[in-house]
Design a binder for this molecule. Structure first.
Ligand code: GUN
Length: 259
């Protein structure tokens, strides 16, 4: 396989993690492994739980000015005493490989963007690579987070899907999900979608990762039930997760090219 570093290309990704959230630790380790695999230099900044907002912001400012750093990623969630918005707003727009900065979010809304947020971008790539047409399809996104639900809906709409967004206050969720040709679920709740909520032949994409026991991860979708009805379905683990990481690598290379 091609390796950027062996080809003489030096690309750097700074990964910042604050505190010791076990899920965040796993995600950060996977991101570092992917960097190593394709030859991106990863620089981990593991900060203590009691790091102040100002200390974190000062680190980001330093990384913004560091030429060997092309991408900056702050693993979310941050400890409660730190304002995530203030932190994200500090990241140089050209190094924002998560595409969380309001300028990048706004560019996605317009449809003229440099970076896409990694998880929704990974979902779009899965759909495209599977030869699934979006145009004219009824797409239902369950979840309205800034990281997944909102940008996911925007991207499906840009591909001419007819998009409905459902969330925790939606009445009769099943009424909507049963109509979906393409169903994307990102709510962080096991069994949020059961077999009876899915249309025959639907494409079911499960963004959730929930730890239900020491060594057991499940998504938001009841896989066994929904698999029987779906024409295509993503497993957890091993579905959307690896795509998220692949898109992060793509964004990091793009960041280096833009700079
Ligand atoms: N926490 C959950 N998903 C993500 C992500 O895609 N990026 C970052 N930085 N934090 C996250």
């Amino acid at each position: 396989m091609a390796n950027l570093k062996k080809e003489g290309k030096e690309i750097g990704l700074a990964v910042i993690i604050v505190g010791d959230n076990p899920a965040s630790r796993v995600y950060v380790n996977n991101k570092k492994k992917a960097c190593e695999y394709i030859g991106i230099n990863s620089y981990e900044y593991a900060l203590k739980e009691d790091t102040t907002e100002n200390e974190l912001i000062d680190l980001i400012k330093t990384l913004n000015n560091d030429k060997k750093i092309n991408g900056i990623l702050v693993q979310l969630p941050l400890p409660k005493h730190i304002n995530e918005e203030a932190v994200i707003n500090t990241i140089d727009v050209k190094k924002d490989v998560d595409a969380f900065h309001p300028v990048n979010v706004g560019k996605i809304m317009i449809g003229n963007y440099d970076f896409l947020p990694c998880t929704p971008a990974g979902v779009m790539e899965l759909i495209a690579e599977s030869g699934i047409e979006i145009q004219g399809k009824d797409c239902v996104v369950v979840g309205r987070s800034n990281i997944v639900g909102k940008p996911q809906a925007m991207l499906l709409m840009q591909q001419n899907g007819t998009v409905t967004i459902c969330h925790s206050k939606t009445k009769n969720l099943a009424e909507y999900t049963k109509k979906a040709d393409i169903l994307v679920v990102a709510v962080g709740k096991p069994n949020a979608i059961t077999g009876d909520m899915v249309k025959d032949g639907a494409v079911v994409i499960d963004v959730g990762i929930n730890r239900i026991a020491e060594k057991t991860l499940v998504g938001d979708v009841n896989f066994e039930e929904c698999e029987k009805k779906a024409s295509a379905i993503t497993p957890v683990p091993g579905g959307v997760g690896p795509m998220t990481i692949a898109m992060l690598m793509k964004n990091t290379v793009k960041a280096a090219l833009i700079q």
